[in-house]
Design a protein around this ligand. Structure first.
Ligand code: BGC
Length: 463
């Protein structure tokens, strides 16, 4: 990868109807957590606990998008994207997760959708991006089946209000991260450390997805997808121990959610780790709901992972990986990926792994795979010069195009993120935005990557 990318005009041409967009999520940008009747979320409570967020911050103000959304919509228009992926905050719409609906919360998203449409930008809402209503979390959150049912009720409420103007919906964002980081190792809200006992949270999110798809379809939704995180898993060596550790990690990251959704079954029997046995409720029946047809499948891609067996001393395994401290009890250990540049977050920059991932999806799922959309891809860099972010995006767009040229059906690409924002347990230290946020003044300043992407989109529109 070069730090001086070729000019935007040199990027290969994507299809004319390709969906170019950028992404954000409610908990990371909205702020206004106690305004307009919003209920508390699991992240409000988690961030208020001492030591949870690295820089001691919280998302009570974040980028103040709740008040400044007109400015943000103007930035989207100036960028020239066709679509904007944002999330609806469940506790803003149904403050306790189930029961009473908060009209003021719905009004906010109604105004946002209208503003986007007036700016010529397609609204693509995600119904859930990790901000579980605290009232539900206190009852066990996603470990309980009731949360999946409540989620479908909330999806119905949102679709009833926005469905006349929203064509494309996303149910969940990255249930893998919420399961692993939130319930498995406790680095994200709700801060539980259940290790493999966290798996019911995966099942209930999948069930919530399936039930929400039914609710959306009943309201006439035409195009529904989900945003899952995926990345190639590379075994640390050819040894059997490393290969089985990598297989298990691959199962948890890449197969645990994709296979129920696309194939209607849980993976793992062939590895002697049949996930279906660990799931609660009438699993076979639930799988029928979970595998209802999807119009497209969203992939969030950031980096590949190199994984080996844990060493006895724990020596070769970093105690921390991608900012996340991994407990030594896990039967796999991430290893350093050497020979690639790194983002300021320490994540290796490996564009060709995106091609590898997309091609492997087509090979794994064949005809069962609906069209793909890259629902997130991006990087965190602190500097204002921003050449690295441009090089990252340039490299990944070329890698995406290569996968498409190899026959993978990809219909869109969304950059994470429109603007710098609250990066979960990292606080404000990580900057993923095309637009810089000054957290003192909340001023928005487009970075060089914003201008670069604008020029790319202009070139692409030219055909
Ligand atoms: C999440 C985003 C997050 C980004 C960068 C994804 O896991 O969906 O909310 O900010 O990655 O870490």
């Amino acid at each position: 990868m070069t730090l001086v990318p070729d000019p935007p005009a040199s990027l290969p041409r994507f299809p004319r109807d390709f969906l170019w967009g950028v992404s954000t999520s409610a908990a990371q940008i909205e702020g206004a957590v106690a305004e307009g009747g919003r209920g508390r979320s699991s992240w409000d409570v988690f961030a208020a606990e001492s030591g949870r967020i690295k820089d001691g911050s919280d998302a009570r103000v974040a980028t103040d998008h709740y008040h400044r959304y007109p400015e943000d919509v103007a930035l989207l228009k100036g960028l020239g994207v066709r679509a904007y992926r944002f999330s609806v905050a469940w506790p803003r719409v149904v403050p306790d997760g189930a029961g009473e609906v908060n009209a003021a919360g719905l009004d906010f998203y109604d105004r946002l959708v209208d503003a986007l449409l007036a700016a010529g930008v397609e609204p693509v809402p995600t119904l859930f991006h990790w901000d579980t209503p605290q009232a539900l979390e206190e009852g066990g959150g996603w470990l309980r089946r009731e949360t999946a049912e409540a989620f479908a009720g909330y999806a119905d409420v949102v679709a009833a209000r926005l469905g006349d103007r929203v064509g494309r919906w996303i149910t969940l964002n990255e249930p893998a991260e919420l399961t692993l980081l939130g319930y498995g190792v406790g680095q994200h809200a709700p801060g539980r450390q259940l290790l493999f006992d966290a798996l019911p949270a995966a099942h209930h999110q999948l069930l919530g997805h399936g039930l929400a798809v039914q609710a959306l379809r009943a309201r006439g939704a035409r195009s529904i997808g989900i945003a899952n995180s995926h990345g190639p898993t590379w075994a640390a060596s050819g040894s059997e121990a490393d290969r089985s550790a990598a297989d298990l990690y691959d199962l948890l990251l890449n197969r645990l959610f994709a296979e129920p959704l696309l194939l209607g079954r849980y993976p793992g029997a062939e590895l002697g780790f049949d996930v279906a046995d660990l799931m609660p409720g009438p699993v076979a029946e639930d799988l029928k709901v979970i595998s209802g047809p999807l119009d497209w499948y969203g992939i969030n891609y950031y980096q590949p992972t190199r994984v080996g067996a844990p060493t006895e001393s724990g020596g070769a395994a970093p105690a921390e990986f991608a900012g996340i401290a991994l407990p030594p009890e896990l039967p796999f250990a991430p290893r350093e990926i050497e020979g690639y540049p790194r983002t300021d977050f320490g994540w290796p920059v490996v564009p060709e792994a995106l091609t590898e991932l997309l091609v492997s999806f087509r090979e794994r799922y064949g005809d069962r795979l609906p069209p793909l959309v890259i629902t997130e891809n991006g990087c965190s860099y602190e500097g204002t010069e921003d050449e690295e972010r441009i090089a990252f995006l340039d490299g990944h767009l070329r890698a995406l195009h290569a996968a498409m040229a190899a026959g993978v059906d990809v219909r869109g690409y969304f950059v994470w993120s429109l603007m710098d924002n609250f990066e979960w347990a990292e606080g404000y230290a990580r900057r993923f935005g095309l637009v810089h946020i000054d957290y003192e003044t909340l001023a928005r300043t487009p970075k060089a990557s914003y201008r670069w992407l604008r020029d790319v989109l202009r070139e692409q529109e030219r055909g």
